[in-house]
Each structure stands twice: as C-alpha cells, then as structure tokens.
Design a protein. Structure first.
Length: 215
C-alpha cells in the first residue's frame, strides 16, 4: 500500500493536491464552527467534481456538484444569527429522524445503483451510490448543525477509503483515512459545544427535520 501511495503521489496532478489540502482546511474550520469552511468546501469540491468524472466515479462526481450548492447553503445558514444567538446553535435528532434518513439513503442507493449498473459503465455502482447518498444527507445535516452528522461521516468515510483505493486514487484514500481521525475529534468538539449551549438533552430544531418528519 505504501508503494502505491508513493507512486500515486508522484503521478497525481497539482489539482488533486489542491483539492486534498482544501478539503482538510474545510474540515478543520467546520470542527471549529467557522463559516469560512464553506469557502474551502466550494473550491475543493469544484476540483473533485472533475477528478471523479475522469476516473468513472459518476455518483461521486455528481455528489461534488451537489456539494457546490451546499457550500453556498451552509454558508448562508452559518452566517445567520440574532442578538440572542450570533452563531447558529448545534441541534440533535431523535431516533425517528435518523430512521427516516437511513431508509432514504438505502432506498436511493438501491435505485441509483441499479440504474448505473444497467445503463452506464460506472465503477462499483452500489457502493458509489451508498457513499454518495449518505454524503448528500449528512452534508445537509452539517449545514443544519445536527450533532450526529459526525457519526454518519465515520461510516461514509470508511466506505469511501475502500472505494478510492479500488479506483487508484491513493492520496484521496489517505485523505479519507485522516478524515476518520478528524471526525472523532469533531464529534467530541461539537458535543462539548452543544453542552455549553445549556440546551435540553434532546433539544430538536424543527427546521432541521427531513421532509415528512415534522408535525
């Protein structure tokens, strides 16, 4: 594996290096709840959109196009404040919201995986679909500052490491290995900040609920 990483390092483009560094910057800033993270997210995902398309990871490419939109959405939400709460608070989901999210991810993954398998030459269509739809939901959770987003990322990033290794994107795979460690720190940091808000243990932001979960 180390030989593969070394070879990939020598062969990779400057664009991939830039995307990796910007992605790390995004995560560091997101852990600190700094709205500037969305600038780094926009730049890195614009690069990754093209890179993934070039290696036939069609769903990953589409995912990064979605990230571009979410970077703008997340920035707008995180910049929104009030005299009482200048910074958007961290919220939590109840079990039913997580159930809806998981069923949604699974259903969409089966549909898109089947379509890609039948109509395209996409590599590993079902795994590609799971990581894609999982990231779609989880990125929305980050924008809404749902605490449990970090737990979702632990699973998604682990699957992504295998996917990228299989497709020869060694440096990107290493990036996601680093993500796994940083995600654990992010979970701890956000949990600490959540407690510091003096919120109720099961406080829930109604606006953060998926469609169909309100009321």
């Amino acid at each position: 594996m180390l030989d593969g990483i070394h070879t990939a390092w020598l062969a990779m483009s400057g664009w991939e290096v830039a995307a990796v560094l910007l992605s790390l910057l995004y995560l560091v800033l997101a852990i600190r709840q700094n709205a500037l993270c969305w600038y780094a997210a926009f730049a890195s995902t614009a690069i990754f959109t093209v890179l993934f398309w070039d290696v036939s990871l069609l769903m990953e490419s589409a995912l990064n196009a979605y990230y571009l939109v979410m970077a703008v959405y997340g920035w707008l939400l995180w910049r929104r404040g009030s005299s009482d709460q200048p910074q958007r608070p961290i919220v939590r989901w109840q079990w039913r919201q997580h159930l809806i999210a998981l069923v949604l991810i699974g259903t969409l993954s089966l549909i898109s995986g089947g379509l890609l398998s039948e109509h395209t030459q996409a590599a590993m269509p079902y795994l590609d679909s799971i990581t894609t739809w999982g990231a779609v939901v989880t990125t929305w959770m980050v924008a809404r500052k749902v605490l449990e987003n970090w737990l979702y990322w632990l699973v998604i990033d682990a699957l992504s490491v295998y996917l990228f290794l299989e497709r020869g994107l060694m440096l990107t795979a290493v990036l996601f290995m680093i993500y796994e460690v940083m995600v654990l720190f992010g979970l701890w940091r956000w949990w600490r900040d959540y407690q510091a808000q003096n919120a109720e243990p099961h406080a829930l932001d109604v606006d953060a609920l998926p469609s169909g979960a309100k009321g």
